[in-house]
Design a protein around this ligand. Sequence first.
Ligand SMILES: [Zn+2]
Length: 214
Amino acid sequence: MEKDLEIGFKKILQGNREWMDFVKNDTTGRFQQLAKGQNPEILWIGCADSRVPANEITGTKPGEVFVHRNIANMCVHSDMSMLSVLDYAVNVLKVKQIIIAGHYGCGGVAASLSRNQFGIIDNWLCHIKDVYRLHATEIDAIEDHDKKVDRLIELNVQEQVFNLCTTSIIQNAWKDRNDLAVHGMVINIGTGELTDLDCTFTSNEDLGDVFSYR
Ligand SMILES: [Zn+2]
């Protein structure tokens, strides 16, 4: 193995030894409990970006958050990976809170506002361009490019919350229970702050006729 590669790989194994020591010295018994199964109350759908790890940002521990991440925290109706995670989280784990978390400075959203090609990801980014199209008047009125990107990041989270709520999985869950909320939030990496975008849904009442199933 090349030297740099070897050092990087060893660092991971060394890090794991430290984690093993931590687990070994824990006297609460929670890791033995976790080894038997999980019972998280939260599903986190976040960006794949390395700077936005769900547990560290929310002060939660292993076992507390079920996580799905992809580029730009998208909820695409036909994405079987996302839908499978969602179905398991809602119908088997019975999570109560779903958080869709974007982050300022998101490279995926920034790329969607350019005319450049990046490869196969262009087809994924097109879903964000669709969000831009819905809000083009507002975005175009912002002069500063970084502020344009940041506003689209917020609007993208709001649209992904809406997308998630319109899935059959969430709507069918709401038929049986009133303790499931879907929230949209945004992370400021520089300050660590997680801001609630105040676009929470707890039923399909406000989705509009065409989008809400009977
Ligand atoms: Zn991102």
